[in-house]
Ligand binder design. Structure first.
Ligand SMILES: [Zn+2]
Length: 105
């Protein structure tokens, strides 16, 4: 057996988070991307300032494709929720379960 064939990295999803409070810092006021294993729990707080954050996009196995290219039906099917930015600090749900609008106000 050649162990070298097993050194490929597992598929690692990127998760996008945004601050769910208006106390966010520069890091989390705009959505930021986190690399996590699927088995990892969602981050509860911004690693930079500790404000509560929420996951806005979960896109396992989609590294390399733009989130805007994802079909909402596919996202929903996979049990994820997608939001798109419609204004400053305002996100509208485009797929999945969750509140229809996330607003920083
Ligand atoms: Zn922050």
């Amino acid at each position: 057996m050649n162990s070298l064939t097993r050194t490929r990295l597992p598929r690692v999803p990127f998760y996008e988070y945004i601050c769910s409070e208006d106390t966010g810092c520069e890091h989390c006021r705009e959505a930021f991307t986190v690399l996590q294993r699927i088995s990892d729990d969602p981050l509860p707080a911004c690693p930079a300032c500790g404000s509560a954050i929420r996951r806005v996009i979960s896109a396992p196995n989609l590294v390399g494709s733009s989130a805007s290219d994802l079909k909402p039906s596919k996202i929903e099917q996979a049990g994820f929720t997608q939001y798109r930015k419609i204004g400053k600090g305002v996100y509208e749900k485009s797929a999945g379960k969750g509140p229809g609008i996330i607003s920083a106000d």
